[in-house]
Design a protein around this ligand. Structure first.
Ligand SMILES: Nc1ccn([C@@H]2O[C@H](COP(=O)(O)OP(=O)(O)OP(=O)(O)O)[C@@H](O)[C@H]2O)c(=O)n1
Ligand SMILES: C[C@](O)(CO)[C@H](O)COP(=O)(O)O
Length: 381
């Protein structure tokens, strides 16, 4: 093996103050540590990851990293330096040529970072990513400024930090003082460590607000998706009149394979259209006997399920019923309530309204009822 990455996860996250160490908290649905491991491996160049963690977390860490090229986890120490040393000693019997040391609490390793670090090791025994300090620096005490510290030539060190294995192990074995990163030990040994460009997204999660910032950065933006639907059913005697999930008593009803709820069908088609998932006939073919006289509410629940399956939400829906009779206004609130309940959204996201065609055409002659619907969904890109 030519390069191994130590993934540091033996800290307790005392500044973060959660019920678990921060590297095990969920970020965009997966543990922070899993993000860090995948990010390390993404560009290639790392043959295996060696996790370093607390003794009571060995099985959990192995489970979190399942499926990735990992070596069995090693137990860390009381300080970060002691933990890195434990990882290096575990490799010393069959040493890799190169080693990277990465904080398990840094879930983002920007693309290109690992290849650039490994390339720099051809010229130097160590290389790290670092960001130039851009704020004015103050030294303070008891809430008062003591001095302004010149910031020229100052950098904020990040990880992964990359080293030739032998000098890093030697530096750890001979260290006399506690270092907050590994480059410091090579510096103390008088060895050159290259400074490569770091990245603002490479945040070490230290405080709760860091995790919140990362969550916002990793959550895919929601894309508005518009859909429209249109449907017509014939008016006949002796059939129920179900419109937008509400049954309206009377001698005439709508003809169709299902309960012929024309408004609800238009709404389903608008949703399927917004998702580019066909139409109601694709999901519930009229050729299938099981949908005969079916309550169309189940179609709308299915459409709502498709929105949820895509991780989306319904921003709003607007249904227009086109008929002379029945008069819709007395029923509009009940229809909105029924649709909102089926879609599990607040009432103010649903509109139901009606129009006539001034007695023109088939709706005007009372031969049928038409409905059109428009929806706006917000769906992750
Ligand atoms: N004894 C330790 C201490 C820290 N780390 C790891 O080193 C990285 C950076 O350390 P830090 O942010 O200081 O983590 P914690 O020590 O967990 O945090 P705190 O200082 O707030 O307790 C983390 O991934 C952490 O798990 C480690 O492996 N062993
Ligand atoms: C290694 C490190 O992430 C580089 O910035 C940092 O030094 C860790 O520091 P901490 O004091 O352990 O948080």
């Amino acid at each position: 093996m030519t390069s191994v990455a130590l993934l540091m996860a033996a800290g307790s996250g005392s500044r973060f103050g959660a019920d678990r160490p921060k590297q095990y908290l969920s970020l965009a649905g997966r543990p922070v540590l899993r993000h860090a491991a995948e990010a390390l491996l993404r560009d290639g160049g790392v043959d295996a990851i060696l996790p370093v963690c607390a003794s009571d977390s060995l099985a959990m860490v192995a489970a979190i990293l399942e499926g990735l090229p990992t070596l069995p986890p090693v137990v860390g120490g009381a300080t970060r330096q002691a933990s890195v040393r434990a990882g290096l000693e575990a490799l010393a019997g069959d040493p890799p040529a190169l080693v990277l040391v990465h904080d398990g609490a840094r879930p983002v390793v920007p693309p290109g970072t690992v290849p650039a670090l490994l390339a720099a090791l051809e010229r130097h025994p160590g290389a790290i990513p670092a960001q130039p300090v851009t704020d004015t620096l103050k030294r303070g005490e008891a809430g008062l400024i003591q001095a302004t510290v010149p910031r020229a030539g100052l950098f904020r060190a990040q990880t992964p930090q990359a080293f030739r294995f032998a000098p890093l192990l030697a530096a750890h074995r001979t260290a006399t003082a506690e270092a907050t990163d590994d480059a410091q030990l090579l510096e103390a040994a008088g060895l050159a460590v290259a400074l490569l460009p770091g990245h603002e997204q490479n945040i070490k999660i230290t405080w709760p607000e860091d995790l919140a910032r990362m969550e916002a950065a990793l959550t895919p933006p929601l894309l508005p998706r518009i859909g429209t639907g249109f449907d017509v059913h014939r008016l006949v005697a002796g059939r129920p009149m179900v419109l937008c999930g509400v049954t309206i008593p009377g001698p005439m009803g709508l003809d169709g394979h299902s309960d012929a709820d024309v408004g609800l069908h238009a709404l389903c088609d608008a949703i399927y259209g917004a998702l580019a998932e066909g139409d109601i006939g694709r999901w519930f073919p009229p050729s299938e006997a099981q949908w005969k006289d079916a309550d169309s509410a189940r179609f709308l629940r299915h459409a709502a399920g498709r929105i949820a399956a895509r991780g989306g939400v319904l921003a709003n829906a607007d249904v227009t019923l086109i008929c002379e009779r029945p008069k819709i206004t007395p029923h509009a609130t009940a229809m909105r309530e029924r649709l909102a309940a089926l879609l599990e959204v607040p009432l103010d996201r649903i509109s139901v309204k009606a129009t006539t065609t001034e007695r023109l055409g088939f709706p005007g002659r009372g031969e049928g009822i038409a409905a059109q619907a428009a929806v706006c969904l917000l769906v992750p890109t």
